[in-house]
Design a protein around this ligand. Sequence first.
Ligand code: NAD
Length: 369
Amino acid sequence: MASFNILLLPGDGIGPEVAKEVEKVTRFLTNKGLAKFETETDLVGGAAYDAHGKAVTDATMKLADEADAVLFGAVGGPQWASVPYEHRPEAGLLRLRKDLALFANLRPAICYPALADASSLKREIVEGLDIMIVRELTGGVYFGEPKEIVTLENGEKRGVDTQVYTTHEIERIARVAFDLAKLRRNKVTSSEKHNVMRTGVLWKQVVSDLHARDYADVELEHHLADACGMQLVRWPKQYDVIVCDNLFGDMLSDVAAMLTGSLGMLPSASLGAADDKTGKRKAMYEPVHGSAPDIAGRGLANPIAMISSFGMALRYSFGLAEAADMVDTAIANVLASGVRTADIAAKGQNTVGTAEMGDAVVAELGRLI
Ligand code: NAD
């Protein structure tokens, strides 16, 4: 039986609550003999700061480096608002992304039929939606130099951020998008602003060249990022995989995510480069939501984003696509049966807590396996 090491970093707020539910799923799948998931748990974020004075320790980083995948809950909270900037809880997350060189952020936007009415768009626009935004995560305007605010001779200030991309950076993220599309509906939309940005011109050229060279069997189209934003709310089902830079990806993935309803439903994956010898990628899986201090400790959090993040790990790190499909189906069936946490309940609908939702998903998995 295949065996996988998972480093579980629950973090703060509702992180530990939703992490408990994902452990129910890993234990269940292990007991069913699908694979052996060995989970090691450690501190990150505010919890790590309280224990060690750092948002993530070197020892935890070593475990993350050695793991087959990292499952991350959420970090942050008002109690750490005044810790030194370099030790704030989010610094733990940023260090994990940076040191593991996780350059590709995958954010699926899936609209479960049972929740289509929770979207701000009409049911027919979003029902059955399944798109994937692939965002470049370690380059672009968030990291380019110079990045500064300078005082000019006339006393005015000038803020500068620098958008910068190299061929290599564009090619490796485009490769992730094309490879993913092959596992899905075989279509990639590359999104940039080649009409006004030099990086956009280069982006379009590099993606087109790579497509012609290695992925001619995948459909490729180019949409300007602003048009892509419009199309996402007009007719999102035209898309399969959208690949874009760090800045546009940040915005387009939030737009796409919100087509589907609640933050408590949204998983994500961050992937590194494939190892030359083993083909394995460093990877971290995490819900899109934060630590939700307003509901933390009350057993109210929706664990589906966390469980669904593990589903992505099954698919993209462990090569267990069938098990991943089963997790997705179990979630869809549970929702179709009317089980709701408060964040996804319609007015007047009965709600369950975090543990009950986790139990319902596990029970449904039991019926499917
Ligand atoms: P948040 O995502 O924590 O919460 C936003 C709203 O959504 C809240 O009303 C919350 O109750 C609700 N919500 C979020 N997840 C939910 C779930 N699983 N089930 C039910 N309801 C859910 O964002 P915020 O309030 O802006 O930030 C709170 C803290 O989390 C801050 O310290 C912020 O820095 C941090 N944060 C961390 C991450 C991360 O760890 N990746 C991401 C975003 C925010």
